[in-house]
Structures are given as structure tokens and as C-alpha cells.
Ligand binder design. Structure first.
Ligand SMILES: Nc1ncnc2c1ncn2[C@@H]1O[C@H](COP(=O)(O)OP(=O)(O)OP(=O)(O)O)[C@@H](O)[C@H]1O
Length: 979
């Protein structure tokens, strides 16, 4: 690949602030160490680098390919190219990009007009690649694949918190569940108009699960604190018959503790904002929730108006799934009880914890929970240890008593959440999941938390990252398999591509002697502590075999590090054991399960039944259902039903539900949506390269590229390749081969012309496979040729146009001069004719006068010579015939001094009521006329009254001819035309 490094080649330089910045090679010299390049970045800064293909700056794709809507079509597949491709598209407001089979979705952080009914319709029945990358394209793909052979489909939506998973998952579900009718309404908070009850119920799950399972965090104002898999069930006609929801690992610590600027679950704030004041009073609540310890730790005190609206939307959703007003009231009562629990005042008396007998919060909480306050108080400040021979009761310290109090809150809420999910499922799929027995096939949407890495990482992060390791493993296998399957189908010879998978990290976490099993072991020991757990980890796992994945941090003695596929994460062990046990003391559990509140009993019953495999009681149903269940295990870890059986811990429950999920994923065809958060400030259209790069790494997108580049990343259908690159071969041969559809022949000729080595390509049955970088060279040749052709075409066209212009201009000039000549001649003829007529008239008048004189003389003679005889010469006023002759004689020097006779009255100079002469009319016409290039207003019309035609000897030329000369175009000039 070093050959690709030449002057003018585009590369990327690593940059601490932006990740990668574009640059160009300005000089390139071969040296003993490889190549020495001088690289100039866009700011004009120069850097010198020496090395070989693996150490030189990564190459950049030709401009044409850079913002490709499928990154897999990039010829040069490297980290900066992928990043640059995503960034270029995002800058153009294109938030979706394909990366092979995966859709990358970059969060716009503001509403975008991409989900209108028209756009929904445009994706229906269309294959991927026909339209712009979109969530709907993935949803349509899944629907089409399911419709084709009934195979189950799963769409996995992943990404870090705030990347847009939940929004994307909702849109995908709306697309799949939406009736494909013109009345479709995808408005964010409304249910689909014209949708069936099942479809409405599916949509109703969102506000409920969001209220109970989402919270405001620093990273996202509406962060889902659990994973969920929603399975849409279809009958043979591909109509939705029901759905079911499975949830994973609800974050419980949030119920009793929130970090600064974070909140508890939305539902608590919603009830304070939305319940009527009488109900609030009944429940001992207030709209100002800041007095509750469980709600005020994040520093929020003002009521968020949107909570009220969301509360009403959530109530409507509860009604849609069949939870009536009474039930709702019971739910709110339970929630109020939990808030009061948090306000129970636990004090310290020397070394023991104490609670006042008449603590008002305890009284309220116990009233709503239906639990005896005396026993509750006793078992909150005391602990009972059962040995083989006796039961020992000891006092707890205040912090320990607070722990007990908080564990009850977490436990009851987790059970309530479980009960809600159960109720949703009953509504979506029937009493015992009947819909699953009627369904033929399904599409599942998995909205699961992305990889997490904070300054302080705890048990929750460990579980989340464990889930991501498992999903990444599936993803690698999927991408790898996809590549290999294509090679097989195309019958090309290939060697197994080696790639390092993350199995060793998974083994470290879930293996027999892995972190989770060691944690369980320690959690079950009555005297087990976080410190002893860490000791065990180090003793068992800090071995050469685990060197690559397990590390003991140098400067922390209460932490361990796991090298995840995305990056190394250090976990603080504090609280691991307690969170994993997630227990309530058995005495408390007994109190709760024997509560006088029937609703609480029902909630616990449902949650604990699930934990014990309650669903399996409907084994008959599951055996006749064709639909695999993505997870049946409860979220709730604690039970008092059987102390003989090992208590399941949260870690073990999570591990088993993930196992079920993975099994199900392997049975389905998967589709991936990777959501990307472009910046930390939730700002619209801001792109932080380093943040995105980290996510591309963590989501495995870059890893898939590594797998792809190990083989033949560019795959082109013969026809597509031939049509694009035939211009590189002989200009006559190319089009004729295209006409004869000899596409493969063109591919061969193009590769020969581009001197592509045999090891760099392979011909499959229908596709041409190219190794990384080959296509970039071919594409560069294509754009060079296109540039040359364009240069030639531009100049050739210019010459043709200039020639046409010259010929057009001379034609116009000729026409103009002829026309002007004709006009002038016509005017002159008119003037000449007029002068002749005037002369003749004068002659006639003179003759008549002479005749009259002669007659007079004759009469005088006859009358005896009474009248004096004339001398026979004419007066100067009358004008002699000689002068008239001279005036009209055009050969003489007075040729142009033709006088137009004065036709005005002698006194006023005004015309005597007569029609204007032809000469005047011609002058008038002339003066009105404007030549095509003359835009000045026409001069005032010359009339006898203003004496435009003055009686001067030269007035034939003065008014008319001057006007004419002024108005004529510059005959020899071509300024107008050449413009
Ligand atoms: N397609 C989109 N159009 C407009 N805004 C969006 C879109 N997707 C996400 N957002 C915005 O980003 C916010 C966060 O999205 P979302 O809640 O889906 O993130 P998430 O990945 O599910 O986060 P978490 O893991 O914390 O639940 C949304 O509240 C919304 O404001």
C-alpha cells in the first residue's frame, strides 16, 4: 500500500483534540526506513513522517466516496475514514448511515422531519439501499424477511446512554405495528389513529415503562434504567396478534440514592405533580416533593410542568392496558408508602439504631403497606442470625438500619415493576400468553444499555458491560459469519480469517471460576465482605492465563480491572456484595407477604412466582408455542419461600436471563442499529469527534471493519462495477461491451488497465471481490480520467460557442446595416418626393401668376395701354425658377440644403388646421422609434409649431437627420452582441 503514498495523496493525521484531521502529502521521498512524507494539514501546518504502510498516516478515500451512505462501500476502511464519513453526513443533516448490515444512527438532539406518514409510506415494500439509510429501512428489512419465510427477527438497538436507543426503538416499533394506512399518525405522544386495540396497547407500554423505569440522569433527561425486549407476535397473515415484554436488570440503587442533578424514577414526581390535591392529602404527599428524602438528593425542588402531562398520558396508557382507576389508586398508595419509608428517622443511641415509636412517616408507610409497625420497627433496628441450635438477635447500627429500610424500598419497587410488566404482558398477549400460542412468527426489538465507563464503576456497570460483552460476541460472530457466508455463496477461495474475539473476557466474567461465581460464593457467606471478595478475585484470577483480560490496578486496593473489548474498566468493589445479594431480611419479607394490603400481596406473589419459575406452570402453553421466549426470569432476587434452596442473587438472575436472550438471538435473524451520541451537552448538530470515535470503537463498528479488511471488504456486482468503471478501458470497447452485457469482461479489462495484482482481487459467481485500498486506486484513476475529459469537453465547448457567437454577431450586424439602409432610403425618398411636389406646386403657382399677369397685360393693351407694363423679372420673395432648380439639384453644393416650405401661419407659427405632412409624420415615426440597443427615451416629436423643421438652408438634415444619426446603433460596433 505504500505505493498509494504520493504527492497530492490525501491522508489523515492523528490529532489529540479532533481524533483525526485531513491532510495532503506535499512531498514524498523513499528512504532507508521506508517513505519520508511531508504532510500539510488544512491549516497549512507541515509535518514530516517516516515509516512504512503500517506506520504512515492512514489514507483518505477519494472525495466521491467520502460521504457514502454505506460505509462498507468505502475503498479505504480505516478508523478515520469511518469517522469522517459519519461526520460528513451528520453535517449535511443526514443522521443515518449504513455500515454494511448495521445502521448507524447519530442523535440529532432536535426533532427532525424524517418520520412523517409520507416517509413511512415511502419505505413500505422497498428494499434496503433503494432509499436513504433509515430506521424504517431496517424495520422494513426485518418485516420483509419475516414475511418471506416466517423466520423470527430481532432488531438490536444499542448505544450509550442518551444516544437515542429508546427513541429509535419506539420509531421502529411504530413502523412495524402501524397500520399502513394514509391516516397514520406518528406524532410523538399520540397513539396511532386507526390502530387496532393490540397496536394501541403496544404503544401504551412506552409511557408506562418510561414512567416506572426511566429517570433523569446527567447524560439523559429520560434515561431508561433497564433493558427491554419487546416481541411483536404475528399470525400467518402477518397481522399482529399480540406482543410481550421482557425486561432486564432494573437499576435499584436510584430508588434510595440519586447523584447530584439526577432524579429518582419519573413516576414519583409525576404523582406529586398530577394527582388531585385531595388524593395527595390522603396519601400524605405534596406537590412540592422536595421534602421527601428519596426525591431531593439530586437537588431538584421545583415542579416540572411536563410531569403533569406525562402523568395523565401514563394514566391513559394504564387504562388502555386494563389497569382501572382502583388499581391505579393502589399503585399510587404503594408509591406513597415508599416515599414515607424514606423519611423514617433512624437515630443512633450510643452504638444501636433507634426509631421513634410514633414516627409519623413510619405510621403512614405501615398504614399503606398494611404491615404491623411494631414488628417493622423491631426488625429494622435488629438482626436475627439463625445457627443450627439457636436464633441470636443482635442490634444494628444506624447506618445498618438505614440499609435495611432502603432495601425494603428497593425490593417493593422492583416487585411493583415486575407486576407492571406482568400486567402489560397479560394485556398484550392474553391471560397465559395465549397470543404466543396463536402466533406464527415474531419481530423483537431489543433496547439495551450500551457499554458504560465512568470515573467510579460499580456492580451495575459490571452487569451492563457483561451484557455488552455477550452482545458484542454475537455481533462479531454475525458479521464474521456474514462475510464468510458470502464468500461461500460466491464460491471464491478463502482462508479462514483470524480475528481475536472477546471470549476470554466473557469467560473471565461468567466462567466456573469467574467473577460472577466468586461474587455469588462470597455473597452467600454470612461473613462475606467486599474486601474478602476482592481477595478471592485476585487469588483466583490474577494468573498468566488471564493476563490479557484481568488486571489488579496499581494504585487502588479496593478495585479490579477488566480489559473489555471496548476498553479497560476499573470496578470499585464497594457495595458489590450488598447489591448482588439484594436481600430484605427474612423477617421483613414475612411481614410484607402477610400484609393486610391485598394489592401488595398480589404484587409480591406475581414477582416471587416469576422468580420460582411461575411461568413454567404454563409449560403446556410454552410447549405449543412456536415463539421462543427471550427471558422468563424475574428481576427480583429474594424469597423466603424456601431457605433450603440457594437464594438466587441478582448477578445469577442476570446471567441466566442474558443466557436465555442470547439463545433466542441465535435462533433469529438479527438486524443491528447502533445509536451514537454526538456530544455530551445534548446540543443539536454538534459533533465531537473523540466522543464519537470512542463509541464507534465500543459499539464494535470498528471491529467489524477490522474483520472486513482482513478479507475482501469491497464487493461489487459485475454490472455495477462495469457501469461505473468502463470508462477506464478503450472508449469504443467499453460502451459496446456494456451494450452486449459483457460486464465480467469489462471488470477483467478494468483490473488489467489498473494493474491490480491477482492477489488483490477475486471473481465470484456474481461479484468482484477486492482487497482493501484497491478500489480507491481505481476510483482515483476514474476521477483523473473524468477530470481530463471534463477539461477537454469544457474547452471544446468553449471554442464551439465562441465560433457560433462570432458568426451570429456578423449576421446581426449585416441585418442591422441593411435594415438601417433601407429605412434611410425610404425616408429620403419620402423627403425627395415631398420636395418635388412642393417645387411643382410653386412652379404651377408661378405659371398661374405669370399667366394672370400676361392676361392682365393683354387686357391692358387691349384697353388702350392704361396699365403700366411689367419688366418681366421675378421678385426675390417669390423665388426664381433658377433658385428652385438649384435647391433641388442634388449635384450642386447646396444638395443637402433642401428647404421644407413653411406651412404655419405667418403670425403665430402654429399649424393651420390641416393634417401633418408626410415628412412630419416620418419625423414623428422616427422620433418614436427606438433602436434595439437604445434605451434612452425618444426625443420630443418635432412639429411645425416648434419649428423643428426650421427654414434654415440646412434644415433637411438638422432635425430628422440628427435624430436619425443620434438614434442609430453604432454600425461597426458589436458591444451589444458580444456581451
Ligand atoms: N431520532 C431522534 N430525533 C430527535 N431527537 C432524538 C432522536 N433520538 C433521540 N433523540 C433525543 O435524545 C434524547 C435521548 O434519547 P433516548 O432516551 O432514546 O436515549 P437512550 O439511548 O435510550 O438513553 P438511555 O440509555 O439513557 O435510556 C431524547 O430524549 C431525545 O431528546
Amino acid at each position: 500500500m505504500t505505493t498509494a503514498y504520493s504527492v497530492g495523496a490525501r491522508v489523515f493525521l492523528e490529532d489529540p483534540e479532533h481524533g483525526w484531521i485531513p491532510a495532503e502529502i506535499s512531498s514524498c521521498k523513499a528512504s532507508a526506513d521506508g517513505l519520508t512524507l511531508v504532510v500539510t494539514n488544512e491549516g497549512g501546518q507541515q509535518t514530516t513522517v517516516t515509516g512504512n504502510a503500517s506506520t504512515l498516516p492512514p489514507l483518505r478515500n477519494p472525495p466521491l466516496l467520502e460521504a457514502a451512505d454505506d460505509l462498507a462501500t468505502l475503498s479505504i476502511l480505516n478508523e478515520p475514514s469511518i469517522l469522517h464519513g459519519v461526520q460528513s453526513r451528520y453535517t449535511e443533516r443526514k443522521i443515518y448511515t449504513f455500515s454494511g448490515s448495521v445502521l448507524l444512527a447519530v442523535n440529532p438532539f432536535e426533532p427532525v422531519p424524517l418520520y412523517t406518514p409520507e416517509i413511512v409510506k415511502s419505505y413500505i415494500g422497498r428494499r434496503r439501499g433503494e432509499l436513504e439509510p433509515h430506521l424504517f429501512a431496517i424495520a422494513e428489512d426485518a418485516f420483509a424477511a419475516m414475511s418471506l419465510d416466517g423466520h423470527g427477527q430481532t432488531i438490536i438497538v444499542s448505544g450509550e446512554s442518551g444516544a437515542g436507543k429508546t427513541e429509535s426503538a419506539k420509531l421502529v416499533m411504530r413502523y412495524i405495528a402501524a397500520p399502513k394506512t394514509p391516516t397514520l399518525n406518528l406524532d410523538k405522544n399520540s397513539f396511532i389513529e386507526g390502530a387496532s386495540l393490540v397496536e394501541q396497547q403496544i404503544q401504551a407500554t412506552n409511557p408506562i415503562l418510561e414512567a416506572f423505569g426511566n429517570a433523569k440522569t446527567t447524560r439523559n433527561d429520560n434515561s431508561s434504567r433497564f433493558g427491554k425486549y419487546i416481541q411483536l407476535l404475528f399470525d400467518t397473515n402477518r397481522h399482529i396478534v399480540g406482543a410481550r415484554v421482557r425486561t432486564y436488570l432494573l437499576e435499584r440503587s436510584r430508588l434510595t440514592y440519586q447523584a447530584q442533578t439526577e432524579r429518582n424514577y419519573h413516576i414519583f414526581y409525576q404523582i406529586c405533580a398530577g394527582l388531585r390535591s385531595e388524593t395527595l392529602e390522603e396519601l400524605g404527599l405534596e406537590a412540592d416533593y422536595s421534602k421527601f428524602h428519596y426525591l431531593n438528593q439530586g437537588g431538584f425542588s421545583t415542579v416540572d410542568e411536563s410531569d403533569r402531562d406525562k402523568f395523565h398520558a401514563m394514566q391513559t396508557a394504564l387504562r388502555i392496558i386494563g389497569i382501572d382507576e382502583d388499581r391505579q389508586q393502589s399503585i399510587f398508595q404503594l408509591l406513597a408508602a415508599l416515599l414515607h419509608l424514606g423519611d423514617i428517622n433512624v437515630t443512633q443511641t450510643r452504638s444501636d439504631a433507634a426509631i421513634e415509636e410514633d414516627d409519623p412517616s413510619m405510621a403512614r408507610a405501615m398504614e399503606f403497606l398494611g404491615v404491623d409497625p411494631v414488628n417493622f420497627r423491631k426488625w429494622t433496628v435488629k438482626k436475627q442470625i439463625t445457627t443450627r441450635s439457636e436464633k441470636i438477635v443482635t442490634n444494628l447500627t444506624a447506618p445498618q438500619a438505614v440499609q435495611v429500610r432502603d432495601s425494603i424500598t428497593r425490593f417493593v419497587y422492583a416487585c411493583l415493576f415486575e407486576w407492571l410488566v406482568f400486567s402489560i404482558n397479560e394485556s398484550l398477549a392474553g391471560r397465559y400468553g395465549d397470543a404466543a400460542t396463536r402466533a406464527e412468527t415474531y419481530i423483537g426489538v431489543l433496547d439495551i444499555y450500551g457499554f458504560e465507563h465512568f470515573d467510579k464503576n460499580s456492580f451495575e456497570q459490571f452487569c451492563i458491560n457483561y451484557a455488552n460483552e455477550k452482545l458484542q460476541h454475537e455481533f462479531n460472530t454475525y458479521v464474521f459469519k456474514l462475510s464468510q457466508d458470502e464468500y461461500k455463496a460466491e464460491k471464491i477461495s478463502w482462508t479462514l480469517i483470524e480475528f481475536e474475539d472477546n471470549q476470554s473476557a466473557i469467560d473471565l466474567m461468567e466462567g466456573k471460576i469467574g467473577i460472577l461465581s466468586l461474587l455469588d460464593e462470597e455473597s452467600r457467606l454470612p461473613l462475606g465482605t467486599d474486601a474478602s471478595f476482592l481477595q478471592k478475585l485476585n487469588a483466583q484470577l490474577d494468573k498468566p492465563a488471564n493476563k490479557a483480560v484481568y488486571k489488579m490496578p496499581k494504585f487502588a486496593n479496593s478495585a479490579f480491572t477488566v480489559a473489555h473489548y471496548a476498553l479497560d474498566v476499573t470496578y470499585q468493589v464497594d457495595g458489590f456484595l450488598e447489591k448482588n445479594r439484594d436481600t430484605v431480611p427474612e423477617e421483613h419479607l414475612a411481614l410484607l407477604t402477610s400484609s393486610s394490603n391485598p394489592f401488595l400481596r398480589e404484587v409480591l406473589d406475581v414477582a416471587l412466582q416469576h422468580r420460582e419459575g411461575g411461568d413454567e406452570t404454563h409449560a403446556a402453553d410454552s410447549s405449543i408455542s412456536k415463539i421462543p421466549d427471550p427471558g422468563r426470569t424475574s428481576l427480583v432476587a429474594t424469597t423466603a419461600r424456601s431457605t433450603a434452596v440457594k437464594k438466587p442473587t441478582l448477578g445469577s438472575i442476570f446471567k441466566s436471563s442474558l443466557g436465555t436472550l442470547m439463545e433466542m438471538l441465535r435462533m433469529t435473524q438479527v438486524h443491528y442499529i447502533r445509536c451514537i451520541k454526538p456530544n455530551q451537552h445534548k446540543k443539536a448538530w454538534e459533533f465531537s469527534s473523540l466522543l464519537v470515535l470512542a463509541q464507534l470503537r465500543a459499539s464494535g463498528v470498528l471491529e467489524t471493519i477490522r474483520i472486513s479488511t482482513a478479507g475482501y471488504p469491497s464487493r461489487w456486482k459485475f454490472e455495477d462495477f462495469a457501469r461505473r468503471y468502463h470508462m477506464l478501458i478503450n472508449w469504443r470497447e467499453g460502451p459496446s461491451l456494456i451494450k452486449r452485457e459483457q460486464y465480467k469482461r469489462i471488470c477483467v479489462l478494468v483490473l488489467l488497465k489498473a494493474k491490480v495484482d491477482k492477489s488483490q482481487h477475486q471473481f465470484g459467481e456474481t461479484k468482484l471481490f477486492l482487497r482493501t485500498g484497491v478500489l480507491a486506486n481505481i476510483e482515483t484513476s476514474r476521477s483523473d480520467k473524468l477530470n481530463a475529459v471534463q477539461f477537454f469537453q469544457t474547452n471544446f465547448r468553449r471554442i464551439i460557442v465562441l465560433r457560433r457567437l462570432a458568426s451570429f454577431r456578423s449576421t446581426v450586424v449585416a441585418i442591422q446595416s441593411r435594415w438601417r439602409g433601407a429605412v434611410a432610403r425610404r425616408q429620403f425618398r419620402a423627403v425627395k418626393e415631398k420636395a418635388r411636389q412642393e417645387a411643382e406646386a410653386a412652379k404651377a403657382r408661378k405659371a398661374a401668376k405669370e399667366k394672370a399677369e400676361r392676361e392682365a397685360r393683354r387686357k391692358a393693351r387691349e384697353a388702350g395701354r392704361k396699365t403700366p407694363v411689367s419688366n418681366g423679372t421675378s421678385t426675390p420673395e417669390n423665388g426664381s425658377p433658377g433658385k428652385i432648380r438649384r435647391m433641388f439639384s442634388f449635384g450642386s453644393k447646396e444638395r443637402s440644403s433642401l428647404t421644407v416650405p413653411d406651412i404655419s401661419t405667418p403670425e403665430t407659427g402654429a399649424p393651420v388646421g390641416r393634417r401633418p405632412s408626410r415628412l412630419e409624420a416620418a419625423a414623428k415615426r422616427l422620433s418614436r422609434r427606438s433602436w434595439y440597443e437604445d434605451t434612452t427615451p425618444a426625443p420630443a416629436v418635432s412639429t411645425p409649431s416648434n419649428r423643428a423643421l426650421s427654414p434654415s438652408p440646412n434644415n433637411f438634415t438638422t432635425p430628422i437627420y440628427d435624430q436619425f444619426m443620434k438614434k442609430r446603433p453604432p454600425w461597426n460596433s458589436s458591444t451589444n452582441i458580444s456581451r
